[in-house]
Design a protein around this ligand. Structure first.
Ligand code: GTP
Length: 596
């Protein structure tokens, strides 16, 4: 295809503003797929994604379009993930295209992820076509929203297209606008091959499928290519495009987007943003490449210890398709065998945990999420702490630094006070407060550790769901942080230890021991429950002994009755975790870890 007949674009939007519906419409309008074959949401291929209404893996589709000028165009749409956890993937895949449709729900207006995503697009030098969606709804107010786009984002919205992705109004105009306003790609067909690895995922029949954007040169079936980040060489078995079903072709030229397969076994071996060239060619790597790093860590343990091997299998399989998910085996005195896992963020954590529980039918215990702390030792070295249980001896520690984020929150006026209070409570520093119509935009510098736990949930509940939120990492800063341990019957319970700010330690500690006192069943003996920093106890409760020994009457008496009782207990015991002499029900861990 001639370069000037190609348009490559992505759609940027806040969640639920209609990105997938619009993509489906564009496909449908151009007959890329027969109407009867349309699934409800073509691009969101995984069930969990659909249920949660989010798109996790970038997908792509090639659309053939005959424009009003009578010419045939090839439009390549890349679907980018919409959630903050996948910001790195979004910013990379944006570099594979030249333009974006900015979809804003005309009944709602600009939201936090609209901003975050459009900034990624602007960073990638995109030409941007604003699209006002959902104009079929009575609450639609295109004039107000167009004005808001100009005020808040600073791009011209006077020619914004008014669309209903639901009824199909404005779809043709959108396609015309893509052709007219988005630039054609540039590239040199005679230069050595240079292609960008945009995305990759595991397919059980074909192995790893690699989505590529060719920049210069030509990529052909049967060739040997190398990945610059790790120098590996692969033989290309297949080249193709998505229409949206996979269709094989022989080669891809400059400006084109398609896939290759090369008997690659693991997604881990393919890195988003990597540069691909021919085995014997020398090209300069694309700038700014870095693999996505996990930022949130937690322990995952099977409730039933007998399921450990199944869990290992499920984790191995999930990791095949997710290079940003890391894990290593972990043993905990309280929880037995499990895994310490690293995620891109909380949503990523939830998605993986859900998949293990649902697709592999394994009940899990999740320990408190933790971020990575930089522990500056007195000898000048720096240790990275992923798990509070590994905290080195305090006398050797000089100071501790924690990761901070810049959080942008958009919220209707009436909830602003509650949002400010929430951010303040989470040790936030206000950076900015502005208004965009009847909505306030607040920007806070917050410790990531205060956000990973339940910040989304709290934000949602104090604003009745009307706030939107996005963040980016901004670096590490020293603060007065300590490790708080929890001791049950004088034994530390690693799974419950956590890093907290010194000033909040007492409150957290008290809340934790009070909760545990309610959650741990009484035993034959008194059980002290304590929260401590180093050797110093900061909160303490005592669970008193059971008054009456109910099983005592069995001793020496009716053996069958005793056996029956024990059998009954056995089922329940599966769900209990023996700790020292104390048994802690699994639910107690889960509840104790839910902070409020
Ligand atoms: P994520 O995949 O969660 O990022 O959402 P999305 O932006 O892809 O939104 P999606 O296309 O899933 O649409 C969200 C909801 O809005 C769905 O219930 C759609 O049916 C609805 N919707 C999308 N476009 C329109 C429209 O033009 N009019 C109306 N009335 N509803 C629409």
């Amino acid at each position: 295809t001639d370069l000037d007949k190609i348009r490559n674009f992505s759609i940027v939007a806040h969640i639920d503003h209609g990105k997938s519906t619009l993509a489906d419409r564009l496909i449908q309008e151009t007959n890329t797929v027969a109407v009867r074959d349309m699934k409800e949401q073509l691009l969101d291929s995984m069930d969990i994604e659909r249920e949660r209404g989010i798109t996790i893996k970038a997908n792509t589709v090639r659309i053939d379009y005959t424009a009003d000028d009578g010419q045939d165009y090839v439009l390549n749409l890349i679907d980018t993930p919409g959630h903050v956890d996948f910001a790195y993937e979004v910013s990379r895949s944006m570099r594979a295209v030249e333009g974006s449709l900015l979809v804003v729900d005309s009944t709602q207006g600009v939201e936090a992820q609209t901003l975050a995503n459009v900034y990624h697009a602007l960073d990638a030098d995109h030409e941007i076509v604003p699209v006002l969606n959902k104009i079929d709804l009575p609450a639609s107010d295109c004039e107000r929203v167009a004005e808001q786009i100009e005020d808040v984002i600073g791009i011209d919205a006077s020619e914004a297209i008014q669309v209903s992705a639901k009824t199909g109004v404005g779809i043709r105009e959108t396609l015309e606008s893509i052709v007219k306003h988005l630039p054609a790609p540039k590239g040199d067909p005679d230069a050595p091959l240079k292609a960008m690895l945009v995305d990759s995922w595991y397919d059980s029949y074909l192995g790893v499928i690699v989505l590529v954007r060719v920049i210069d040169g030509r990529l052909k079936k049967g060739e040997r290519v190398k990945f610059l980040s790790n120098g590996t060489v692969h033989h290309v078995d297949r080249i193709g495009v998505f229409r949206p079903a996979m269709a094989e072709i022989d080669s891809l030229g400059p400006g084109e987007i398609g896939f290759l397969t090369a008997s690659i076994k693991q997604v881990r071996d393919t890195r988003v943003g990597d540069t691909i060239t021919h085995q014997k060619s020398e090209v300069e790597a694309l700038p700014g490449f870095k693999p996505a790093q996990p930022v949130v860590f937690c322990g995952l343990f099977p409730v039933d210890a007998a399921q450990f091997e199944d869990m290992r299998d499920s984790i191995d399989k999930l990791a095949l398709n997710d290079a940003s998910f890391s894990f290593e085996m972990e043993t905990s005195a309280a929880l037995g065998f499990g895994f310490r896992c690293g995620f891109l963020g909380l949503l990523h954590l939830e998605v993986i945990r859900d998949r293990i529980e649902r697709e592999y039918d394994i009940d899990l215990i999740t320990t408190a999420p933790s971020v990575i702390y930089d522990i500056h030792m007195k000898d000048g070295t720096v240790e990275q702490l992923h798990n509070p249980a590994d905290m080195p001896d305090l006398t050797l520690v000089d100071h501790i630094e924690e990761p901070r984020i810049k959080a942008t929150i958009l919220v209707p006026d009436e909830y602003l006070g509650d949002v400010l209070k929430l951010c303040q409570d989470r040790r936030g520093l206000q950076l900015d407060l502005t208004y965009a119509g009847s909505r306030a935009m607040v920007v806070y510098d917050l410790p990531l550790n205060e956000v990973v736990f339940d910040f989304y949930d709290r934000l949602k509940s104090v604003t009745k769901g009307y706030a939107s939120f996005d963040y980016q990492m901004i670096g590490y800063r020293e603060d007065n942080l300590v490790k708080m341990s929890v001791l049950v019957n004088d034994e530390p319970v690693d799974a419950l230890s956590m890093m907290v700010h010194r000033e909040r330690a007492e409150t957290r500690g008290r809340a934790m021991v009070e909760k545990l006192k309610e959650l741990i069943p009484r035993h034959m003996f008194k059980i002290p429950i304590q929260a401590a920093i180093g050797g110093k106890v900061i909160a303490r409760e005592t669970l008193s002994a059971m008054r009456k020994d109910v099983t005592a009457k069995c001793y020496g008496g009716d053996a069958t009755r005793k056996k029956k009782l024990l059998e009954k207990q056995k089922a329940g015991k599966k769900k209990m975790r023996q700790f020292g002499k104390v048994e802690i029900p699994q639910q107690a861990f889960i509840n104790a870890l839910k902070m409020d």
